[in-house]
Every structure is written in C-alpha cells, then in structure tokens.
Design a protein around this ligand. Structure first.
Ligand code: AKB
Length: 318
C-alpha cells in the first residue's frame, strides 16, 4: 500500500505531480505539503498539510504518524534565487534532504524521490550531448547544492540501502503554475507576454541553447522512474534526462508561427552567466536503457500546447 507525501507541493512540479499521484493512488493516498498555509486551489480535493521542509521534527512526526511510505521532496531554491540568498539556499536544499534520507535509513520510508538539475554541470563540462558521467564543477550555489545532494543520495543508497531515485531536470515548461527563480524561466514567461500582445524582453542572449522539457514529459518520467523495479535503477545519484533543447530565438520563431506580430528583445542579465555554465544538450541514454525513458514533446508540440493553455490571469494571482 503506497501513501505518498509531496513536500513543496505548491511549486511548478508539485502542483502537477500531486494531481497525477492522486489519479494513480486515490486522493487520500497522496498528501500535498507546502510551507505556505494556503492549499493551491487545484489541490483542494485531497489532503493538504502546512509543513516547513526545514522543521525536522515536524516533518519526522508527520511522516511517522501518517505511515507515509514515499516522499517526493521538491522544496528548494532554484538557480537565480539561490545566487541572491546563498546561505538560505544551501540550508534549504541540503537540510530537508538529510531529514528524509535519515527517515528512510531508519526504515520509516520505502522510497524517496529527490530532484536534481542540469545545474550540477559547470563551465568545464562538455556542453553538447553532456554524458551522464563527466566533469562536474558547478559554479552556482544551486548547482553545488544539487551536486552535493546527489553524492549524499548515492552514499545513503550504497551504505544504508536507501531506495532513493532522482532526475536531473532540465528547464521545465508548464502552464498550470508559474515557475519561480530559475534561469530557464524565460521559456515560460515568454508565452504570457506573447498572449498579452507584449514585446518580450529576454534576460538571456538569443543564441543561448539550454536543455528543456514539457512538464507532462517530466511528470511521466518521475512516475516511471519511481515505479521501475529497484534492480533496474543503475544510477543512484541522479539520471540525465533530455526532452528538447532550444535557444530564445528558436522559441520566439516558433511562437511567431502562431502569432506573427510577436516581438522579442534581448537584455541579458546575471542569469546569462548561469546559463552559459550549463549544458546545451543532454545524453540521457542511461535513463532510456534502465527504465525505458522516451520524450514525447518537441519544441513545436510544447509551443502549441502552451499557447492554447496559458492563462494570463495567473500573472495577477502571484
Ligand atoms: C533553474 O533554472 O534553476 C531550474 C533548473 C534547470 O534546475 N529550472
């Protein structure tokens, strides 16, 4: 019997992941938790608890009392925000992970999902078709925390048999919840400005190629990884995962196919250096071999779905 807790459920991944988990397991078996007191409207049909990932005792007590079997630990500061709040980013991104890893080590949890990121790579990493195992010298606080987290996940698996699974997410594109504080966020913001009829000012240069993925692919990958037999999971740090890759100019050109009058301008800021330190494209052959990963959405598909579904009212609700 699976009973899952999604910590950080109010974020971009959490809001969609909880819904899919509830479809699979029944609403009562997928509990949403967030540091914010208000449950996101789309998750109101199931259990919600206010939990701060940094409150070790509260998290421990809840998981033990409720007999949770699986945790998805999504609470984190992303790359751009982490550069502004390095101490807090390190604390949040690491301490919450130890709380959950320790619970699993003590036998209170059967499985853990913890998201990593393409940010684990750095300026010395081969940029094209970046391999699973390669030079990793991240130059951002976020990247350093994700790389350290990956090492700890593998350590807890190897030493204490903790069943922890992870994906190095690329930039995620979705329309139900706005992303917050990432370097890849431009590729979501652009759709809102296009729908509003505004010229979009991009904080990255036009030829900055980054790995990206439509949220539906990311959620399917997460669920498939978590359901794969343990013996198939050959990587306990985190799996490379590719969807598609594009530049700001390429996504703008694809939007112009639907909205010919759409305009984009380029005003690169501090996020340009972050983007330049990351891969342009990812080799995800291990995920394909080990648990059958295959992406479904390319740039054309995701632009189409985004333009049909983005609701500009979300901008005023935040
Ligand atoms: C970010 O831009 O920080 C995130 C990520 C790639 O992990 N979207």
């Amino acid at each position: 019997m699976r009973k899952v807790l999604v910590i950080g459920a109010g974020g971009q991944i959490g809001t969609e992941l909880v819904l899919r988990l509830r479809e699979k397991l029944g609403s009562e078996n997928a509990i949403a938790a967030d540091v914010k007191a208000d449950c996101p409207p789309s998750l109101k049909d199931g259990p919600f608890v206010q939990l701060d990932a940094l409150d070790r005792e509260a998290v421990r007590n809840f998981i033990i009392d409720q007999k949770i079997t699986e945790v998805y630990l999504l609470a984190a500061l992303l790359s751009a925000t982490a550069e502004k709040k390095p101490d807090f980013a390190w604390k949040l991104n690491m301490e919450g992970l130890f709380t959950i890893l320790d619970l699993a080590k003590e036998g209170h949890l059967k499985k853990i999902f913890w998201p990593s990121s393409i940010a684990v790579f750095g300026p010395t990493t081969p940029k094209d078709n970046t391999p699973q195992r390669t030079i990793m010298e991240p130059s951002t606080v976020y990247g350093i925390s994700k790389q350290a987290g990956e090492r700890w996940c593998e350590y807890y698996h190897d030493k204490f048999c903790v069943d922890v699974r992870s994906i190095r997410y690329p930039g995620l594109i979705s329309y139900t919840t706005l992303p917050g504080g990432g370097t890849t966020d431009y590729a979501v913001d652009i759709f809102y400005q296009a729908k509003l009829g505004n010229k979009f000012s991009c904080f990255l240069e036009k030829d900055t190629r980054l790995p990206m993925m439509f949220m539906e692919d990311a959620i399917r990958a997460t669920l498939d990884l978590m359901e794969a037999p343990a013996e198939n999971i050959g990587i306990r740090s985190s799996y490379n995962l590719a969807g598609c890759d594009f530049t700001p100019e390429e996504i703008a050109d694809e939007i112009k196919v639907h909205i010919p009058e759409f305009e984009i301008g380029y005003n690169a800021d501090y996020r340009q250096a972050i983007a330049e330190s990351w891969p342009s494209s990812i080799d995800d052959s291990h995920a394909r071999q080990d648990w059958g990963w295959k992406e479904e959405f390319n740039l054309k598909d995701l632009v189409n779905v985004m333009l049909n579904n983005v609701n500009v009212d979300l901008l005023t609700q935040h």
